[in-house]
Design a protein around this ligand. Structure first.
Ligand code: PMP
Length: 368
């Protein structure tokens, strides 16, 4: 592995050596038959990882914010109503993005460490005629997990398109896009997908594609317009090269490798591994007397944990001491409390050994 320290922040994470190897290969032409095959296969495998056999995958160069932007601009026309269900920092970002495309946005904001309940979402959706609802599956600022299945159900009940911000959840938390009726499930490469930063990823349901096809006005973003990318994805999956913007060749080849590794493990086994290691990590934190942000186990994320510092501890110094023990963790992100807590990512190829090493480093640092 390239880093000598164990990278346990909520993305980027530790990557599998085979993924890094794919990145380091000589770059092929984007029209090379070997690359066409890799790209087509990556798209094919995404449907299996997202558990959405009839969806349309999109892979473009960019970060998770671009994926959020792409989902929003293709589904929103000026004047459409959008409901943002927020449990931390990234809900506000989605509201800002939706407003750029002229949406009338209502935000339902959870109390710190809580979620907006499905009952509250149901009530809000009953009150107005929304076209789109977004929610952050795992908010990376609070480590709070929302019930994605309930959101998908409510989206269908109220005939509202659901966008799941899965930047900190896809391929770590259980998501069954098709079975749960979720319309666009977005993520980025650097977290549980297990590929260095640089890819914006999503799978759109047929219902989302139909809504996009029924637009009356052009998409208000040139780079993100599905009209530009849809034919490219189709072409590569059909074994033909095509061009709109130069694809990030090495990253896409690394994506193919990472998706293959995931499916070798099996999605159910992968979800279970994340649940088990996360529960152990949370228990280790609470056993040390640390309080975590999510108010109950049922809404605690399995991809990261956000514990408060014990009283009298200087956060910066503590993170530095954990670092001296060979483990990199992250500070807080949520404005008002950012200096009161830290964050530890445990997703992707994370192992029991990684959890044990991290718990030990935290214990030693606290002791000091
Ligand atoms: N949504 C969530 C839940 C995230 O955790 C992040 C990144 N931490 C983003 C969106 C934005 O992704 P990026 O930083 O890759 O633009």
């Amino acid at each position: 592995m390239s880093t000598s320290k164990l990278l346990m922040i909520p993305g980027p994470i530790e990557f599998h050596p085979k993924v890094i190897e794919a990145l380091g290969k000589p770059t092929l032409s984007h029209t090379d038959p070997a690359f066409i095959e890799s790209f087509g296969n990556a798209l094919y495998l995404m449907r299996q990882v997202w558990l959405e056999p009839t969806g349309q995958p999109f892979v473009v160069a960019g970060s998770g914010t671009l994926a959020m932007d792409m989902a929003a601009c293709n589904l929103i026309e000026a004047g459409d109503k959008a409901l943002v269900v927020s449990s931390g920092y990234f809900g506000q970002r989605y509201a800002d993005i939706l407003k750029r495309y002229g949406a009338e946005v209502t935000i339902l904001e959870a109390e710190l460490g809580e979620v907006v309940t499905p009952e509250e979402v149901d009530a809000a959706l009953s009150k107005d005629n929304y076209k789109v609802m977004t929610f952050t599956h795992v908010d990376t600022s609070t480590a709070v997990l929302m019930d994605a299945q309930a959101m998908g159900f409510l989206g269908h009940k109220h005939n509202v398109l659901t966008i799941l911000d899965g930047v900190c959840s896809v391929a770590g938390e259980e998501i069954r896009q098709s079975e749960w009726g979720l319309d666009v499930v977005i993520t980025a490469s650097q977290k549980a997908i297990g590929v260095p930063p640089g890819l914006a990823l999503m799978v759109a349901s047929q219902r989302a594609i139909k809504a996009w096809n029924s637009r009356k006005t052009p998409v208000g973003n040139y780079y993100c317009d599905w009209s530009n990318w849809w034919p490219i994805m189709q072409a590569y999956e059909n074994g033909n090269p095509s061009y709109f913007g130069t694809p990030p060749v090495n990253l896409i080849q690394a994506l193919e490798v990472s998706l293959e590794l995931m499916l070798e493990e099996g999605m159910n086994a992968r979800f279970e591994r994340h649940r088990k290691l996360a529960a152990e990590f949370r228990k280790a934190m609470t056993d040390m007397g640390l309080k975590i942000i999510p108010k109950s186990e049922a809404i605690a994320a399995n991809t990261l944990t956000a514990p408060y510092y014990p009283e009298g501890i200087n956060g910066g110094e503590f993170i530095g001491k954990v670092n001296q023990e060979g483990v990199v963790i992250a500070g807080g992100l949520l404005g008002a409390i950012r200096n009161q807590y830290f964050r530890v990512g445990h997703m992707g190829i994370v192992s029991q050994e990684d959890i044990d090493t991290t718990v030990k480093a935290i214990k030693v640092a606290l002791g000091k």
